[in-house]
Ligand binder design. Sequence first.
Ligand code: ZN
Length: 168
Amino acid sequence: MSQWTTVKRCRACGIGRICPVAREGRRTRYRTMELEIPSQVEIPTCDRCGAEWLDRQTARAIDRAMEPVYRQTLRAVWGEVMRKLTAQTSMRKVEQALGLSEGYLSKVANGRSEPSVELISNLGLIARDVKARLREIDGIWHRVASRTAGSARPAPRRGDGRRRPTAA
Ligand SMILES: [Zn+2]
């Protein structure tokens, strides 16, 4: 019982045939980043115009291949951010500002815990201007704390009680 393999025509150019292709240089957005798809992953591709046709199976294969690439890239970003941070402040100060338990950052640094994307995003923002960002974060907690403590006070001030100096 033999069967003809169906040749799929490309719907983009109408001429080329679609065959599985594994090659370098293909990129895709995976979660927060655009990353290179590992070269061994086969994607149905038109042999004439190069259009890629993702079926569900291919999409799943790409996802499986991207997960370790993503983790590895997150680790690299983490390392870069932590180098910037620790050059300017202590891990403890950062842990306190973000409400992390003491020693959590070194636990992640030692590979005993995986950093979340949210944590890396926050650390990345802080690393851009460590002193200013830590002061701002501290200000958030401080404002909330003083507002809660002052709930028995009379009416709040009009507006936000602050005014930027107007430009001349
Ligand atoms: Zn085509």
